[in-house]
Design a protein around this ligand. Sequence first.
Ligand SMILES: [Zn+2]
Length: 444
Amino acid sequence: MKLLAVLMLLAAPVLAQERRDPRVEAVVQRIDPARMQSTVQHLAGFGTRHTLSGTQGPGRGIVPAREWVAGEFAAVAKGSRLKPFEDRFTAQPDGKRISQAVEIVNVGVVLPGTDAARGKQAIVVTAHYDSMPSDVMDPKSDAPGAIDDASGTAMALELANALRDQSPAISVYLVAVAGEEQGLIGSQHLATRLKGEGLEVIAMVSVDIAGNSEGQDGVRDSTTARLFSEGVPETESEAQKKLRLAVGNENDGPARQWARYAQRAGELYVSGLRLRVLLRRDRIARGSDHMSFAREGFPSLRLSEARENYRGQHQTPRTEGGVRYGDELFRFDANYASRMCKALTAAIASLSTAPAPPQEVTLAGAVSPDAKLRWKLPADAHIADVILYRRPADAATWQSALSLGKVSEVTLPSVTTDDWFFAVATADAAGNQSLAQPPSAVGR
Ligand SMILES: [Zn+2]
C-alpha cells in the first residue's frame, strides 16, 4: 500500500499549539518543589561527597551519601514498576584525578519497557551525586554541592517518583552517578556497560547544575533553562560524514533532534519556562556526563540553569573580601528547579510511550521544483499520525509542524529541497511523538 500526501504549503505557519496528553499532564504534576528542597538539603548535609571521601564519620562523606540516595530510590521503587539498579566498579589510580583505587557506585532505578519489539531501547537520565571543593584532589574539605549536582540528583529522584506507576513502551533508566568531578568516570563506566549489554539508548540527558537562578552578575532568571547538545555526532562514521557534506545536516544530528524534542515537550506542558536549544555540546571547554554517552554513540544532552554563579561552583565554602563562596543550600531555588524537572518529566513521559520512529527517511526532488520525502513506518500498532517538521535552510529551528495522517510519503509542490530542512516523526492517538528523523539518504 502506497500512502501519499500532497501538501500545498503557501506560507510557513508557526508551530501550532499542540494538545496535551492528560496522562503526561498528571505525571508532570507529581513533581514537588518542597521534596526537592528537602533532598538537596539532605545531600548538602553530608559535608562532602567527594568521590575519594569515603566515610569520614557518621553522615559525612560519599559513602553515607550514596547509601542514603540508594535508600531513597529503593523507597520510591517499593511496590511500583521500578526496579533497583546498581553499577558498581573499582576505579584504579589513573595519574590524573584518581589517586588511589576507589569503589564507585552508580545507583538508581529502571522503569522497564513493555514493548517486546523494542526491548533493547531505553532513555537514560543521569545526575552526579559526587561533589568537590576548590581543589579537585581534596577529599576532606567541605563540598556541599547543592547546585552541582544535588539539584540534578533531586530531579532523578523526583522523576522516579513521578514515573513509578507508568508502563512505557521502552525502558527508562534514572541513575545518580559518582566520579563526575574526577573525569566523568562513573558515567563512562555506565555508558560502556549499557552499550556492552546491547542497549540502544535513544535519548540520554545529564541534569547538571540546574537550580541556581541568580547569576554572578546579580541578574536573576528563573524562567529559562539551557539544553546543550552536539550537532555532529562525536562518533560520526564515514557514511554519516558523506551525507553531512551532501545535505549540510550539521544542525540535525540525533542529539540536536532530542534537544528540540525536550524543548517542545517541556514548553508544551510547563508554563513559565523557556528552554533554549544551544548549538554546542556544553559550555565552552567544560563538560558533563552526557559526553560519556555521546562517546558511545548515543544521542545525549545536558540540561542546565540559565545563569551560573561561578562563586558557587567548585569552591570551598568561605567568605573572602565580603563575598560568599561555596555551593551551599541558599543558592538552590526549588521552584525554578521544579519547573526544569517538570519539563524534563514531560519529555520523558511522552517519548517513552511514543511509537517507534519512521525509518529510512529518504529525501528526493533535487533539481526539481517539488520536494519529496518517503519513509518506512515500523510495525507499531500505536502509530496514528506522522508529523512533518520543516524550516528554511537559513533558520536554526523548526518553523512548522504539520500532521500528515498515517502516510509513508509526502510531496511538497514548489518547495526546493536546497532551501529547506525536513524531519518526520510518528505520533500516537494522544499526540505523543517519536524523535524526529531527518533524511538519512538522498534518492530520486
Ligand atoms: Zn556537575
